[in-house]
Design a protein. Structure first.
Length: 115
């Protein structure tokens, strides 16, 4: 079952009991100032993120591409990977996002203990 937690900073998607952050949305919130595809590819390589463990790649909604344009690729980051990428941006927004994600993890652990 898919569940979405909306908040003032980032949307957290829960898919098959795992929480994910959309990397494109994280990039926008971090105010990186570089294009998304270059940024995410460099981060995946530099920080040795592993597909299937740290992130999932997927195509955005079908039919959203303009004819003749390049196909977009989206990435769903685990909360842990999103925290790491927020931290390494080394800016105020990155610190806020990281703190928020730490709180999300804490709530998730409390829920798991209850069940």
């Amino acid at each position: 079952m898919n569940e979405i937690i909306k908040n003032e900073i980032l949307k957290i998607d829960t898919v098959e009991n795992r929480q994910y952050v959309n990397a494109r949305e994280l990039h926008m919130q971090l105010q990186v100032g570089r294009d998304f595809s270059t940024w995410i590819k460099e981060r995946i390589e530099k920080y040795s993120l592993i597909e299937g463990k740290d992130y999932q790649s997927c195509s955005p909604n079908l039919g959203s591409e303009i004819h003749g344009g390049q196909n977009k690729k989206d990435y769903l980051l685990t909360v842990q990977a999103a925290k790491e990428l927020a931290m390494v941006e080394n800016n105020e927004q990155g610190r806020k996002i990281r703190q928020y994600l730490i709180k999300v993890e804490g709530r998730e652990m409390k829920e798991a203990i209850k069940n």
